[in-house]
Design a protein around this ligand. Structure first.
Ligand SMILES: [Zn+2]
Ligand SMILES: [Zn+2]
Length: 269
C-alpha cells in the first residue's frame, strides 16, 4: 500500500475565495467562462487536474490587486502587513525578510522610521511570487468547492450552455473530441479521478445513497457518472463526476442531471 501523497494545504486560505465564487456564480459565471474561453475548452475534453472550476476561481483571485486596494483604502501600515503576513502563512511561504516592529515604533504615521521600507520589501516579495500565491489559494479553494456536489451540478449546467454555443468552434479546434451529433466525446477516467470521486462521495451512491464502500471496486460495481451528461452538452471536466451504483447508473437517463446534496456527516461514518 502506498500512502496518499499529502502536502501543506491550509483550507482557511481557500474558504474565503470558495465562498465568494459560489455566492457570485449567478452574476459572474458566464462572464468568467467567456474570459477564459480557450483555457476552459481545453480542460473540458478529457479529465485534467486543472478544471473549469479552477479557471472560474482565478477570475476572483488576484493577490496583487488586493494589496493595491488595501493601499488605496487604508493608511494603516499594520493592516497591510497583517494581510500579507497571514496570506503567506496560509500558503506556507516563509520569506527571509525582517518583520516590522510596530509595537516599539514611536512614529504613529511611520514617516521617519523604517517600517514603510520594511513593509515595502514584503509587498515586493508578494508581487514577485503573485502567480504562485494565487495558484496555491485557488488549489485550496478547489478542495472545498469539490465537496459541494450541488454547486458543481449548477456550475456544469451553466457550463453546458457555454459548450452548446461554442460546439462548432470546439469541433474546429479539436475534431477528434467531438461526436458526429455535436457533443463532447466520452473518454476513459484516470485512476486519480475515480479515487477522488469515490472518496469525495464517501463510497456512497450520489442518488440512492446506498453503500458502495464494501464492494470490490471494479467497473461492474461502481460507476463514475457525468453529473451533467454529455448528451445535453456536459463535459469531461474533472469536476463533473459523481459516484453511482449500478442500478442508479442504469436508470439515470441520458438527459438527467440527477444528483443530491445529501452527504454523510463525519460523525456518522
Ligand atoms: Zn514605524
Ligand atoms: Zn444508487
Amino acid at each position: 500500500m502506498v500512502a496518499p501523497k499529502d502536502e501543506h494545504l491550509a483550507l482557511s486560505s481557500g474558504i474565503g475565495l470558495a465562498g465568494l465564487a459560489i455566492g457570485y456564480f449567478g452574476e459572474f459565471g458566464l462572464g468568467a467562462f467567456e474570459t477564459f474561453r480557450e483555457e476552459i475548452i481545453e480542460v473540458l475534453l478529457k479529465p485534467n487536474k486543472t478544471t473549469a472550476v479552477h479557471w472560474y476561481l482565478s477570475y476572483f483571485q488576484d493577490v496583487s490587486e488586493e494589496i493595491h486596494k488595501i493601499k488605496g483604502n487604508v493608511d494603516e501600515l499594520d493592516y497591510l502587513f497583517n494581510f500579507i503576513s497571514n496570506t503567506l502563512d496560509e500558503v506556507n511561504l516563509k520569506p527571509d525578510l525582517i518583520r516590522p516592529d510596530f509595537e516599539n515604533c514611536s512614529d504613529k504615521w511611520h514617516e521617519e522610521c523604517s517600517c514603510n521600507e520594511i513593509v515595502e520589501q514584503w509587498v515586493k516579495y508578494v508581487s514577485k511570487n503573485a502567480e504562485m500565491i494565487n495558484e496555491l489559494i485557488i488549489h485550496s479553494a478547489f478542495q472545498v468547492i469539490f465537496l459541494d456536489r450541488k454547486f458543481l451540478h449548477d456550475f456544469h449546467l451553466e457550463l453546458s450552455d457555454f459548450v452548446e454555443s461554442y460546439i462548432d468552434e470546439i469541433r474546429e479546434a479539436y475534431p477528434e473530441n467531438v461526436t458526429v451529433k455535436g457533443r463532447i466525446k466520452r473518454t476513459h477516467f484516470p485512476k486519480w479521478l475515480t479515487d477522488a470521486v469515490f472518496y469525495r462521495d464517501k463510497g456512497t451512491c450520489s442518488i440512492c445513497r446506498c453503500d458502495l464502500s464494501k464492494l470490490i471496486r471494479t467497473q461492474n460495481t461502481i460507476h463514475i457518472d457525468h453529473i451533467v451528461p454529455l448528451d445535453i452538452y456536459g463535459s469531461n471536466d474533472a469536476s463533473n463526476f459523481q459516484l453511482l451504483c449500478e442500478t442508479c447508473n442504469t436508470s439515470k437517463g441520458a438527459r438527467s442531471t440527477a444528483t443530491s446534496s445529501i452527504n454523510v456527516p463525519f460523525w456518522n461514518l
